[in-house]
Design a protein around this ligand. Structure first.
Ligand code: ADP
Length: 246
């Protein structure tokens, strides 16, 4: 049976193409010529040992960090050539990011945390809160709408962080160990929410994890070793990642 991810990967060019990425921090080579494609509607897991360059790769693809060499192409734009203002705009509108520890704003309620990206994009408060409320309901955390992050469990925080990342309807979500601090039940709930949202809206997901059970939610898997990418299991898609060979 062809999945939605199959249809996207076979019919359309990649949403994001990273080619030959190199990134150095002093004498540390975090990335060494890493190349990978991310397609609309697919969930791509990036696995690898701690320090292998996973977060650096995610930051380059999301336009948070500029690589020293190589390019990241999104549509017809090359991220490395864009002014900071356009990168900020893309991060607000087209890309969503979720980190290991939700990074919710501690002073705001769960509802206002989720509504914030819409408010920053110019929506009215009532409309932003209405849409935030429906995302909270969808992810099973509506009962926590008025709580502040300090009053939430780790799993609730991560589902709220996911809702905040998805509320603007991004084309791609970058999730850096989104379940890394959770027990397995809370991790499953977060992954189920992420997979459903991706399947419904065709959002591409770059999922960083070192947990094989979490990687099993992905359509495709690549792994990093010492900053270089290798292809891993292809679960549903037939398209291979562009891989760097040693
Ligand atoms: P992973 O996500 O796989 O744990 P990272 O991308 O975080 O790997 O890091 C890869 C390497 O780059 C590590 O050796 C790390 O210490 C180094 N590194 C990452 N970010 C920075 C930074 N901002 N400053 C200095 N070194 C960094």
């Amino acid at each position: 049976m062809r999945t939605q991810a199959d249809q996207h990967t076979q019919a359309s060019p990649p949403l994001i193409t990273a080619t030959g990425l190199t990134k150095r921090y002093g004498r540390t080579e975090a990335l060494r010529g890493a190349s990978v494609d991310l397609h609309a509607g697919e969930i791509l897991a990036v696995t690898g040992a701690s320090g292998s360059g996973k977060s650096t790769l995610l930051h380059c693809l999301a336009g948070i960090v500029r690589p020293d060499e190589g390019s990241v192409t999104y549509g017809d734009e090359q991220l490395g050539l864009l002014p900071e203002a356009r990168l900020s705009e893309l991060r607000r509108t087209d890309f969503g990011v979720v980190f290991q520890f939700g990074q919710l704003i501690p002073e705001l309620t769960a509802l206002d945390n989720v509504a914030l990206p819409l408010l920053l994009a110019g929506s009215g408060r009532a409309e932003a809160q209405r849409r935030a409320d429906s995302w909270l309901e969808r992810f099973g955390v509506r009962g926590q709408a008025d709580l502040r992050p300090g009053e939430l469990s780790g799993g609730q925080s991560q589902r709220i962080a996911l809702a905040r990342a998805l509320i603007t309807g991004p084309k791609a979500v970058f999730a850096d160990e989104p379940t890394g601090a959770l027990d397995s039940l809370a991790g499953e709930q977060v992954m189920t929410a992420l997979v459903h949202a991706s399947r419904e809206s065709g959002t591409a997901v770059l999922l960083i994890t070192h947990d094989a059970q979490i990687a099993a939610y992905a359509d495709r898997e690549v792994w990093l070793r010492d900053g270089a990418l290798h292809s891993g299991a292809t679960r549903f898609t037939v398209q291979e990642a562009a891989c760097h060979e040693d």
